[in-house]
Design a protein around this ligand. Sequence first.
Ligand code: MTE
Length: 332
Amino acid sequence: MLIHSSSNGFNHGCPGQITPEPVYRARRELIGAMTGIAAGAALTGWAGRAAFAQATAPGGAKRLLGVVRSAVPGALSMDQPTDIKDATSYNNFYEFGTDKADPARTAGALKTSPWTVQVDGLVAKPGRFAIEDLLKLSALEERIYRLRCVEGWSMVIPWVGYSLANLIKRVQPLGSAKFVEFVTLADPATMPGVRSRVLDWPYVEGLRLDEAMHPLTLLAFGMYGAVLPNQNGAPLRLVVPWKYGFKSSKSLVRIRFTDQQPPTAWNKAAAHEYGFYSNVNPQVDHPRWSQGSERRIGEDGLFARKRKTLLFNGYEAQVGQLYAGMDLKKFF
Ligand code: MTE
């Protein structure tokens, strides 16, 4: 089962730190600079796709250039982004260990180049895509999403990527395709966690095809303007902002279209605790804790004031229609 972190608090040594103002301002300036670059790219008719480039920023992170601000409704949360230090050091990536600090400590061994993603199953145009080609498939957008973990904490992360729908359209799903399965790398040589039996590896997640096609469903390549750090799911991951964080699988190697609901890692481990849908819902408690509120990482101290959790993580206007007429308690 997922470790309920809010009971044991932070374990990476920086509890409840408020984002320092200069850091916050610098980040806003970076975002502004990215928007400027984006405007330039737009003027050249987004030949920018070809002009996609990386530059090494101080500190070694590869910056993603030519990023446009997303125009997808709901994609730009006004909440203050989480300090990058917290977002990159307080992680769930069980392939690298179950402690929140493990991924940042051990994921450096993950080799993210070369990297390919197999896209297959019930599609007319299956293929194996190199990461370089995926980066060029559509304009890279900045999206600021709330991330709500099933454990009861949340963050706000500026991702860089594009709607997964762009890739889905490329491979042309057949009429019989109803679900999409997402498979993470499981490499015992570089991922010490897969030697443990905490989950049935590889980490598999799934969505209904219409959920996968929703414009908010993001294929992310970066965060905070730079390529994804390994611990956050490099070189590409899924981000589904209205579902609990575990639906957003990291370091994807395969995307498969099926006519059956795929068996998923957490659901197989504890079906009564982790449903296939796992839409954020304050009315449906986890059997072992309430989902009515959440602790925003970095916002408060260890004994944080709790924020109210919102239905569909606050994305109800955008995604509520996907579940019209469904019993959300039954299909949790
Ligand atoms: N993907 C894989 N492959 N393995 C994991 O353990 N953890 C999930 C999700 N994706 C996980 C995963 C959970 S529980 C959460 S909350 C988010 O990743 C955390 O993403 P972050 O560490 O980038 O904040």
